[in-house]
Design a protein around this ligand. Structure first.
Ligand code: AMP
Ligand code: ZN
Length: 137
């Protein structure tokens, strides 16, 4: 996709610090890291968000994530990880090309957990939310 920074990285028009690569994905160090070794994993093909991908395509991302985490573990030896996707603008997505963030974490590094992203559960009780799923759950 024209003017997409991540497509430009895939096409080698913009340099990157590659951590892992296979036929379907590219994983590289984030240039504005939130922790040492902060990496983004992207499909080489342009998908604007998660809803645009098939289950089969996503499976390849999941396999790559596991391999990237193992690589980061071997090289940097963090004490843990946070793994997350800012999916769509309301979810904080800035670059409109699917990407999965992986943050290596260390004891007492000053960070929070995924729970610190939002605390705004709304008015409905959990049971009332569950009922909205009807038979689809
Ligand atoms: P998001 O807010 O989830 O859309 O995250 C986009 C991420 O891409 C941010 O963490 C940016 O620091 C990162 N980013 C943007 N441009 C580049 C680039 N050229 N190389 C590596 N990471 C980038
Ligand atoms: Zn793109």
């Amino acid at each position: 996709m024209e003017n997409c920074i991540f497509c430009k990285i895939v096409n080698k028009e913009v340099p990157n610090y590659t951590v892992y690569e296979d036929d379907f994905v590219l994983a590289f160090l984030d240039i504005f890291p939130h922790s040492k070794g902060h990496t983004v994993i992207i499909p080489k093909k342009h998908f604007v968000d998660l809803s645009a991908m098939t289950e089969e395509e996503w499976q390849k991302m999941a396999v790559a994530l596991k391999r990237v985490e193992e690589k980061l573990q071997t090289v940097l030896q963090p004490a843990g990880f946070n793994i997350g996707i800012n999916d769509q603008p309301a979810g904080g997505q800035v670059v409109p090309h699917v990407h999965w963030h992986i943050f290596p974490r260390w004891e007492k590094d000053g960070g929070g957990s995924v729970h610190s992203i939002i605390k705004n559960p709304g008015e409905l009780k959990v049971e009332e939310v569950w009922k909205l799923f009807g038979k689809s759950s």
